[in-house]
Design a protein. Sequence first.
Length: 127
Amino acid sequence: MTPIRMARVETGVRVIIQLIECFNQHDADKMTDLFSENVTLDDFSGSTYTGRDSVVVFFSEIFQKNPEMILETEELVGYGYRCTLRWNIKQDKKSDDSHCKRGLTLFLVRGDQICEINSYSKLRLRD
């Protein structure tokens, strides 16, 4: 892999790491610069949000409703403009794995901004 291609892979991963840090700090304002102006977010509930302001409001509302929530990274992989994040979301740091939501998010990163977010969540079925 050429140094230029490697830098592109590393940039995407670095941007997603910054996003995770902002998420865990519940700092939606700090996330703003990580999103392109026309970013699209398809969340795991099936809703779509278009535009930087809409996506930032989405995260702000999540943080307000879940003040102790944290995102734990299971795996982060970058390849070209794409990154894949496997994650756990817990309601607080004390929650065990039986009280978390697991999922996968696919990102498209161009330059140093996120252009597309597609998030999928594992559904827990009870007997």
